[in-house]
Unconditional design. Sequence first.
Length: 242
Amino acid sequence: MINVLICDDEEKTLNRIKEYIDSIRTQIKYPINIVGYTSAEDVLKRLRDSKDCSDILITDIDMPILSGMEMARTIQDESMDVILIFMTAYTEYVFMSFEYSPFRYIRKEFMETELLPALQAACEKVIANRDVSLWVKTQDGMEVIRTKDILYYELENRKCIIYTIQNKQYETWKKIKELRSEMGENDESFFQVYRGCVVNKRYVKTIKNDMIILENGTQIPISRRKKREISDVMMSYWSGIL
């Protein structure tokens, strides 16, 4: 079961979204459970509760007290594990939302054409991410690392250092080529900055001068020769999640 949270401060709009999803439920390949909220604060409370699994969040942006973007900032800062989809009537928000790395952006006036493919793609991402993990042998023994938790990994003194969103580091003798092979299809979420460093596209906040800046503030240098190639990769990725 995939849990889909919907947040809109207008109860009438919230019910309309829930009713529409109910009407297309049979077209979605996976079983879903819908939970509606009119308060962003209540959504954050649920996301912080480990007892309740929350896979996808579809939220309005323009809301009182706590806006959708403010909620997205908290989700980002606290590394909450949920796929974020913005839905709004104001298209000017699209560029403002980039820094929160939303999975998709849906215009309310085109909900009937944009919501189904977005929700289907998000469900596929949830299923793909659920059980994908790497087993790595470290100094402390065998460790399991979820690929979606990896910020980046790099070669250092013949060892590969894996950095995660939980601010943990894992050292392994596995080669970069081995790690990328073990990730299988999930390797598409990563790109190679240089021969000894691979970065998760999901956590790239911006590219500034000759640096890739990740959501946690980590700065990774890139060569001038690779800058255009990396910019093209990220522009393609960012355009694909809108």
